[in-house]
Design a protein around this ligand. Structure first.
Ligand code: SF4
Length: 469
């Protein structure tokens, strides 16, 4: 990812589990720490839902927890090292707890668990449970198994279909904007990426299941849904009455849910941007004019080495067609700098691509080798200082583009979905159609509503507005 990265910048959040039915073990608390992309944020929320009927409520205070889950991400460099260092800190809490006659179960979930589970269990015996991204619906059973045996329990199978069928309905009142996983896994095998190995083959949930989950979300007050998938635009799911559905079919059906006001999807591969999906950006008014479309590198030679299976001419054609279909569409992207063998001329092509497309937002990274991926074996790795210098040049350009895009909003009136109280008293924080963060003075009664908002000023990362009557 990188398209997965696409799924975006490093986030670390802890979440609260829902209040489910009280059951045996009531009163237990779970502390979940999430690393990585939106798919992991979604997975952490669903883990909390799965644990609620087993009596777990969430806590953001590690000292209160009887279960800690580290939901890990394998995209960033030294991901496993970060998990081990976090484990070291938690192990001290576990030891203190055991001296006091109580226990603290440590579970490692997510992509690092999937890729390195066996090794982790050997290296860090404090871990009680290792659970891969496709098996977290089995957490209550794994906890029981661990309690009975006292041994580390490892569950890293790939039955995605089974997982979605087993997940309980979310019970908490939701924020106005929610993620919903439509697709998982990847068959593309870009040579730099671990996702096909950690998340498995492409799997699309049946459309009826996604529509049901969307309706349950809107019943709980959600007005904006972002469909998630490592390759969400490769979605090919079973239609509700037989036949296959693609992503435009799914988006059209979701648009028919009256309470749902906004739709987004991420992350997309250029090769899956069909004419029908491009037309959906023209035809579906609820589909927001913002698309994350990684190009990764501007040189066809490097794209080939990355096994991206498209050329820059393909990418430019798609951008042109998207802008013809939806002239105000804002584009964001992922770029990797310093892929093995990248010459200065190759890098210049990346710079020219950014200049030509003009991105509203972008995530750019230095290439770093992921063990087990083909690119990690190349012997023409680029020196760190060369990568750093190229990345600095690219980021200066991309930051200027983002600032210019935001500044162009000043004086315009945008529809803003108010999602949360702002940091300052009396302030709200929300999102524009173009996914920009917007702040304005406003009453909390506006949370969950979309209001016309005049943008009065813009900075690098956010807009400030005045809510109109
Ligand atoms: S292998 Fe799949 S998930 Fe990874 S970058 Fe390529 S398309 Fe994205």
């Amino acid at each position: 990812m990188h398209d997965a990265e696409a799924l975006t910048g490093l986030m670390q959040v802890s979440q609260s589990a829902g209040r489910g039915e009280e059951a045996a073990g009531a009163g237990k608390k779970v502390f979940i720490k999430t690393f990585g992309c939106q798919m992991n944020v979604y997975d952490s929320e669903r883990m909390a839902d799965v644990l609620a009927p087993a009596g777990y409520t969430g806590t953001e205070d590690l000292r209160e927890a009887s279960l800690v889950i580290l939901n890990t991400c394998h995209i960033r460099e030294k991901a496993a090292e970060k998990v081990y260092s976090e484990l070291g800190r938690i192990r001290q809490v576990q030891e203190a707890r055991r001296r006091a006659g109580r226990d603290l179960v440590i579970a490692v979930a997510g992509c690092v668990a999937q890729a390195e589970g066996q090794e982790m269990a050997l290296r860090a015996p404090a871990i009680g449970i290792v659970v891969g991204p496709q098996s977290y619906h089995r957490l209550p059973m794994l906890l029981e198994e661990h309690a009975k045996s006292g041994k580390t329990v490892i569950e890293t199978e790939f039955p995605a279909a089974e997982k979605f069928g087993e997940l309980p309905s979310p019970k908490r009142r939701a924020a106005p904007s929610a993620f919903l996983t439509a697709q998982e896994g990847c068959d593309k095998f870009c040579t730099f990426c671990v996702v096909p190995y950690t998340r498995g083959a492409e799997y699309s949930r049946p459309a009826a299941e996604i529509l049901d989950e969307a309706r349950r979300l809107t019943d709980r007050g959600v007005v904006e849904i972002t469909l998630l998938g490592q390759n969400v635009n490769a979605y090919r799911g079973a239609g509700p009455s037989g036949g296959g559905w693609d992503l435009p079919d799914l988006l059209a059906a979701l648009s028919d849910i009256p309470e749902l006001q906004r739709l987004r999807f991420t992350t997309s591969h250029p090769n899956e941007m069909t004419a029908k999906l491009i037309a959906a950006h023209r035809d579906l008014s609820k589909l927001m004019p913002y698309l994350h479309l990684p190009f990764q590198a501007g040189s066809d030679r490097i794209l080939k080495a990355m096994n991206r299976k498209h050329t820059m001419a393909d990418y430019f054609r798609i951008v042109e067609e998207l802008r013809a279909a939806r002239p105000d569409i804002a584009l964001s992207t992922d770029v990797i700098v310093g892929f093995p063998g990248e010459t200065e001329e190759d890098f210049e092509e990346t710079m020219r691509t950014a200049e030509k497309v003009q991105f509203a937002q972008a995530y750019s990274f230095k290439y770093s080798a992921r063990p087990g991926t083909p690119a990690a074996e190349h012997d023409d790795q680029i020196a760190e200082e060369v990568k750093a210098e190229r990345l600095a040049r690219l980021q200066a350009l991309l930051s200027a583009q983002q600032a210019a895009f935001n500044k162009a909003m000043a004086g315009r009136t945008l529809d803003v979905l108010w999602e949360a109280p702002g940091r300052k008293d009396g302030q709200l924080s929300g999102r524009s159609p173009y996914l920009q963060a917007v702040h304005a003075e406003g009453a909390h009664t506006l949370l969950g509503r979309i209001t016309a908002t005049e943008i009065v000023s813009a900075s690098q990362n956010s807009l400030h507005g005045v809510i109109k009557n």
